[in-house]
Design a protein around this ligand. Structure first.
Ligand SMILES: [Zn+2]
Length: 244
């Protein structure tokens, strides 16, 4: 869908012009049991409210989008950066209720990734081993395997892993892929835990689940903060992104 993000330079107000501005919405009138046409007038009210003001178009940097909620969550608040070519702004995007239109708000500042954490999918690996391998492997051995995996993964650089990653439903969580070297290291260390047939099964398990969509894929979890400048020029933080 085509859309254009416009900023009133004087009021610092934002409107996202989309095809929807011309569309009609329907509301169900329960009392009279019928639908009522309700033309949207987002664009009209913006144009009327900012008549004679300087309006400029902002270019959106989609790669900067962050939110502490999944993409599929309708009531989330998201942030992204947009620029007029000279200055960069943070645009806050949210809606108060499912029925209300999306609101765009301009924040003078920038989005900062404040932490990047690399994790293995502990529970998923454990569950998958129980499902795939029989006779069952003792929980104690699986726990020791987890330590080994965590140790190997902790040596890796999350920012490099992100170059070849798969986005999840949450913009702050990505699935990465282990390189052969890491897989081999895990298998080598596994020799201290498993023997013979059991070792072979674990080795095959590690290779078979090593893709982006496999349970061996480490997760990169990021946290963000919106940093801006208050009037005294002191740096303040207005929003900290938290992960559940
Ligand atoms: Zn204005």
């Amino acid at each position: 869908m085509q859309s254009r993000l416009l900023r009133c330079v004087e009021c610092d107000e934002i409107i996202n012009m989309t095809e929807h501005d011309f569309s009609v919405e329907y509301y169900y009138d329960e009392e009279n049991e019928r639908f009522i046409e309700h033309p949207k007038d987002d664009r009209k009210s913006f144009i009327t409210g900012h008549r004679g003001h300087d309006i400029e178009e902002l270019r959106v940097n989609k790669a900067t989008y962050v939110s502490d909620r999944p993409y599929s969550e309708p009531l989330k608040t998201g942030y992204f950066e947009a620029t007029n070519g000279r200055e960069t702004f943070v645009i806050k995007k949210y809606r108060d209720t499912i029925e209300s239109p999306i609101t765009y708000e301009l924040i003078n500042g920038h989005i900062e990734i404040v932490s990047v954490e690399l994790k293995i999918q502990n529970e998923e690996i454990r569950r998958q081993i129980r499902t795939e391998i029989s006779p069952p492997i003792s929980e104690d051995k699986i726990t020791r395997l987890m330590w080994v995996m965590q140790r190997v993964v902790s040596q890796l650089n999350a920012n490099i892993l992100l170059h070849d990653s798969l986005e999840s439903d949450n913009p702050l969580i990505s699935y990465c892929k282990l390189d052969n070297r890491s897989l081999e290291d895990m298998i080598e260390l596994g020799k201290d835990i498993f023997e013979k047939e059991e070792f072979k099964k674990i080795r095959d398990f590690i290779y078979a689940n090593s893709g982006h969509d496999g349970v061996m894929a480490p997760l990169v979890k990021r946290q963000f903060a919106i940093k801006n400048f208050c009037q005294t020029g002191k740096r303040v933080q207005v929003k900290q992104g938290m992960l559940s």
